[in-house]
Design a protein around this ligand. Structure first.
Ligand SMILES: [Zn+2]
Ligand SMILES: [Zn+2]
Length: 342
């Protein structure tokens, strides 16, 4: 079978390997679609802080169950599923308290574990989730990034009637936006470098947008009267400028939720954290309840899901697909169609 391999930075190839063997409690999934995530791109560039190369990428995927291992009773062959890609120990402090997304032994399919840009992948059956009939396998690849948004927004606290800034309108920023809208925020400002993405943000419910290549977002937001203060900023980019902007925007006692993946160490003004009682908290992945919520949101979406998937490639065009995904001016979500849904 075919599987994508990133052997070294800036290179992606297809390796031909044997179909993986099934163990107890596992299922073999015939992958239908797999999206390219920002973190796959970090890995492709050899810049992901937690993904050593060589790596087999891919964790936003869907497919049909092809084989069922011993001890699995909840699925049948042919079932359509998506997969929560976290692999956890179920024994550590965080696993026991329900926060298995930060398991001390956390591994992620397509990061430290086998990736899903492949014809088949073996997964623990308890990580598969059946899809509603009216959700296509292609659109089901959007569940994973939306679940990141669902979780990030729970980390933001109660957002009802709050003033929010979302920095970055990539797939994750837009996923956060969708959830912030749902949470009943009052004012939602989205910033990005791309007018096209900001247009999408408007269509998804942003109350205003700022193109940071033209306007200084901190000056602009702080000068708007009456300025009520920004309660929560979601940082969805992962660079020094955006975390510094986030902290400058916050009212006293406000919170920054760090969702972006930082490839480099950054400098921030810690004095403000103390003096203004600012909170900086991280958000990683999701747990099952976030994932289920994301499936429901995608299935009942009031916006066209097709707008997120800007390009689809067959697996053989792996290098081309990664280059397309790197072109964030043109593309939002690039997806592999690996085995067509029939
Ligand atoms: Zn992802
Ligand atoms: Zn654990």
């Amino acid at each position: 079978m075919r599987r994508v391999l990133i052997p070294e930075g800036n290179k992606a190839i297809i390796e031909i390997i044997d179909k993986p063997k099934l163990g107890y409690g596992e299922i073999l999934l015939k992958v239908a679609y797999c999206g390219i995530c920002g973190s796959d791109l970090h890995a492709f560039k050899g810049k992901h802080p937690f993904v050593p190369l060589p790596a087999t990428p891919g964790h936003e995927f869907s497919g049909k169950i092809s084989l069922i291992g011993e001890g699995v009773s909840e699925f049948e062959i042919g079932d359509r599923v998506t997969v929560e890609p976290s692999l956890v120990c179920n024994k550590c402090y965080n696993c026991k308290s329900g926060r298995y997304n930060i398991c001390s032994e956390l591994r992620v399919m397509g990061c430290q574990g086998d990736g899903a840009m492949a014809d088949f992948i073996v997964i623990p059956a308890n990580k598969a989730i059946s899809l509603p009939d009216n959700l296509s396998l292609k659109h089901a690849t959007l569940v994973e990034p939306l679940a990141v948004g669902v979780h990030a927004v729970t980390r933001g606290g109660n957002l009802l009637n709050k003033n929010i800034v979302v920095i970055g309108a990539g797939m994750i920023g837009l996923a956060v936006l969708i959830c912030v809208v749902k949470a009943g925020a009052k004012r939602i400002i989205v910033t990005d470098l791309s007018d096209d993405r900001l247009e999408m943000a408007k269509n998804l419910g942003a109350t205003s947008t700022i193109n940071v290549s033209k306007i200084n977002p901190v000056e602009k937001i702080l000068s708007e009267q009456p300025h009520e203060g920004i309660d929560v900023v979601f940082e969805c980019v992962g660079i020094e400028k955006s975390i510094r902007d986030a902290m400058d925007l916050l009212r006293k006692g406000g919170r920054v939720v760090v969702v972006g993946v930082f490839g480099n160490e950054v400098k921030i003004n810690m004095a403000n954290v103390q003096d203004r009682e600012q909170e900086i908290i991280g958000s990683l992945m999701y747990t099952r309840s976030d994932f289920i919520k994301a499936i429901q949101m995608i299935t009942n979406a009031s916006f066209p899901l097709e707008m997120f998937i800007t390009k689809t490639f067959p697996l053989e065009k792996v290098e081309e697909a990664f280059r397309a995904a790197l072109d964030t001016k043109t593309n939002l979500k690039v997806t592999f169609e690996i085995n067509k849904e029939n």
